[in-house]
Design a protein around this ligand. Sequence first.
Ligand code: CA
Ligand code: CA
Ligand code: CA
Ligand code: CA
Length: 266
Amino acid sequence: MANAYLQGVEISASQFLDIFHHYDKDGNGYIEGKELQSFIKELQQARKQAGLELTDQMKAFVQEYEKNTDAKIGIVELVQILPTEENFLLFFRQQLKSCAEFMQAWRCYDADHSGYIEADELKNFLKDLLQKAKKPYDEKKLDEYTHTTLKIFDSNHDGKLCLAEMARLLPDEENFLLKFQNVKMVRREFNKIFELYDQDENGYMDENELDALLKDLCEKNKKVLEVNKIPTYKTAIMALSDGGKLYRTELALVLCAEDISAPAPL
Ligand SMILES: [Ca+2]
Ligand SMILES: [Ca+2]
Ligand SMILES: [Ca+2]
Ligand SMILES: [Ca+2]
């Protein structure tokens, strides 16, 4: 069914999602390797059957990836080539160009500071994006977009988005959060680190304290993190802070592998 949608002149948001899931067979959030090759083949077939030429974006895409077996493409890349009825996912990309902008938006839309974007918060986010892009919408469309966006990014199916899930919106080169996924620590270790680097013990990190922590982290994880990116990491992480005060729960979004708002195990 999903491959039949490829014949469409315009694809709706939920059809788009079906297509993505259909080709992302292993469900890792990317279409890569064999998945990508079968997508390309079926896209060409579908357009032919429908008597449609490949669009310029599709042609460029096919050319770039046809022989590229290492490539992996994410949702946002796919949105850019398929004629999606309303390219609502692109609004994210237009508004959130850097990791720092992304973190600022996160801070703003996680209104209850739960550390997650829940459905109602996501809806507000989308509403603002549509308004900024001057796109007409109604309540029904807004619900469809919210539902679809949630389904796309909620990898662990808990009905809400955590920072790492939502970070898939960012272009890979901007997305240092993916790298920090590899250095996340358990809660006990995270708490120790926080106390160690909060040198004046005032309960939050300032920029200098964070800087010292990042330097040591980069030193310890040279294979994953880049020392010369420390200023970028710092700006983006400080965008989560409350006017320069980075509290434990905010830093935990980036560095702690456990949910620190949940009650501690006995
Ligand atoms: Ca995949
Ligand atoms: Ca929230
Ligand atoms: Ca989730
Ligand atoms: Ca401090």
